[in-house]
Design a protein around this ligand. Structure first.
Ligand code: FES
Length: 107
């Protein structure tokens, strides 16, 4: 498995409790900051493929702005009637003030 990390943002680009959209290597990603940790998921809801960026973020949970499916940013999991398909998640790390992401989908 490849572990090539790509710089996706500076730590100062995303405030705690917030998220931003980042396009990288042809992927549309969502980078979220929660309590000093960073989480990256694919920026596309698994219900009707709407963008997730702009949804309400509460702690580790992100709500889709379209129909409010709830996803756990830590592992992409979701429960409920709208979708049970998890989001793709990606490993992150911080190096020299930059948030880096491994674009191999985490398992
Ligand atoms: S598109 Fe996200 S909940 Fe429907």
């Amino acid at each position: 498995m490849s572990t090539k990390f790509h710089i996706m943002a500076k730590e100062t680009d995303v405030a705690d409790g917030q998220h931003i959209e980042v396009k990288l290597e042809g992927l549309d990603l969502l980078l979220a900051s929660v309590a000093g940790e960073y989480y990256v998921v694919r920026n596309q809801c698994t219900h009707a493929k709407e963008k997730l960026c702009g949804g309400i973020q509460k702690g580790f949970f992100l709500f889709c702005p379209k129909h409010a499916a709830r996803f756990d940013l830590r592992d992409g999991s979701t429960k409920g009637k709208l979708t049970q398909t998890p989001l793709d998640t990606f490993e992150t790390r911080v190096f020299n003030g930059n948030i880096e992401v491994n674009l191999v989908i985490s398992e």
